[in-house]
Write a protein that binds this ligand. Structure first.
Ligand SMILES: N[C@@H](CCC(=O)N[C@@H](CS)C(=O)NCC(=O)O)C(=O)O
Length: 220
């Protein structure tokens, strides 16, 4: 049985991509918590020896060390998804579309992810630039998802969820942390709901599980 270790920080949307994918695939793993804030442990000597880029998450499986979430999602799906649907590499068009969205997810990380780190932890970023890029990226996501809805689709690629959805979900879902509410984004809201409805879905601070939003769970 393949095992892996995730160097993890609970408030990181990037680390959450991997926790979420593992949850959806029903895969157990080891966790090493890293004190990203306030300790900046991701830039400590041992962590830089493991991942010279000084970022989280880091995934280690025997002598495989991955520091890019896109490669981690691909590895998880290829290793643990027997159905082959989460990462459809045997269909050239679907595969290319997944890769296209993984590229988009990196943009969301650089825009909304950075704006969120600044809003929550006062991270030093070019605030004006990342906020403008966040708005642009969320608007683009809304447009592309609206197109999908018009063609009767729920997911970013093909007919079912793929690693593309999981790569893009966290920073779209967490954008209110950076002040970008979902009110003006109905297509994004519906897609977030679909992801949150998947069996095995796990949450993180800032993302409510569906049952918390249902009326019948409220007191009085
Ligand atoms: N290219 C990486 C980026 C991951 C990333 O930006 N992680 C943030 C935490 S959510 C980080 O470690 N930032 C380090 C820093 O800003 O010092 C990936 O997509 O996995």
């Amino acid at each position: 049985m393949t095992q892996f270790t995730l160097y993890d920080y609970v408030l990181s949307g990037n680390c959450y991509k991997i926790r979420l994918m593992a949850g959806l695939l029903g895969v157990a793993y080891y966790t090493v918590p890293v004190d990203f804030y306030p300790g900046h442990e991701h830039r400590s000597e041992p962590m830089l020896a493991l991942n010279p880029s000084g970022t989280l998450p880091v995934l280690v499986a025997d002598d495989l060390v991955l520091s890019e979430t896109q490669s981690m999602l691909g590895w998880l799906a290829t290793t643990f998804d027997r159905s082959g649907t989460w990462y459809p590499v045997s269909d050239a068009n679907l595969h290319a579309q997944v890769l296209q969205w993984l590229g988009f997810s990196a943009r969301l990380t650089a825009s909304v992810g950075a704006a969120r780190l600044n809003a929550m932890l006062d991270w030093p970023v070019d605030v004006r630039a990342v906020r403008a890029a966040s708005r642009k990226d969320l608007d683009e996501l809304e447009l592309l998802l609206t197109d999908r809805v018009f063609s009767g689709r729920t997911w970013l690629v093909g007919e079912g969820p793929t690693i593309a959805d999981i790569a893009c979900f966290p920073y779209a879902a967490l954008s209110p942390d950076a002040g970008f509410e979902h009110d003006g984004y109905p297509a994004i809201r519906n897609w977030l709901y679909a992801v949150r409805s998947l069996p095995g879905f796990v949450t993180m601070p800032g993302i409510h599980p569906l049952h918390e939003l249902r009326e019948d769970t409220h007191d009085g």
